[in-house]
Design a binder for this molecule. Structure first.
Ligand code: G4P
Length: 190
């Protein structure tokens, strides 16, 4: 998606060979027209698949996932990382290990928001090692729902996430694929 790649070139900054900072438009300050375009692009790629719900993980997945859900005309559900006083129903949970933060956390969705037979699209902001998406996929499975695909805003293709998800047979669509962050430069795969 050229508009996104342009934004990354202009406003992204390379923090290390592993980490790209995009908090000017994606995960701290958020660019609404860009999110709208991202939502349209995911809806174009996954439209016609009979999607019932979009699923993401708080916090930074919410903006692109919400715009995708709006375009598809379906609800957005976000998995919570922190216990909520109101999250008292039957919970679907998964353990997610973050290599970036080196912590393991439990992510949870109330079973009342994900039903058996529903067709679910996962959307997330980054794909690194794929642990977040695998955790969300496990939650979809626990619900007896069907995972239609995984939409990623920025994929770091030099990390193992895509391979791990494809190995499980999931369709992965990424809007920007980064081949390398070496030398402080962002190189795109395609
Ligand atoms: P994985 O899920 O693909 O295995 O990724 P990993 O554990 O490495 O990532 C953990 C967190 O770090 C995620 O956010 C992810 O979005 C973020 N992240 C991974 N690589 C980058 C990067 O290069 N740049 C930036 N800016 N973020 C990255 P999170 O902990 O869920 O945070 P948030 O959604 O609450 O903001």
């Amino acid at each position: 998606m050229e508009q996104l790649k342009q934004k990354i070139r202009e406003h992204g900054s390379v923090l290390s060979e592993q980490v790209l900072k995009v908090d000017a438009f994606l995960n701290h300050q958020v660019d609404p027209p860009l999110m709208q375009a991202i939502g349209r692009e995911f809806a174009r790629r996954f439209g016609g698949q009979g999607i019932d719900k979009v699923l993401t993980l708080e916090a930074s997945g919410i903006a692109p996932a919400l715009m995708t859900a709006l375009e598809l005309g379906v609800p957005l559900v976000f998995a919570r990382k922190h216990r909520s006083l109101t999250l008292t129903d039957n919970l679907l949970t998964a353990r997610v290990y973050s290599f970036t933060k080196q912590v393991e956390s439990t992510v949870a969705v109330s079973a009342s928001h994900l039903a058996a037979g529903e067709r679910v699209l996962i959307v997330d902001d980054f794909l690194a090692n794929g642990q977040a998406a695998l955790g969300l996929a496990a939650i979809v499975r626990q619900a007896g729902a069907q995972l239609v695909g995984i939409g990623i805003v920025i994929e770091k293709s030099f990390q193992s996430g895509r391979g791990a998800l494809e190995e499980q047979g999931y369709r992965v669509e990424s809007l920007a694929r980064i081949a390398s962050l070496a030398g402080g430069q962002v190189s795109f795969l395609e």
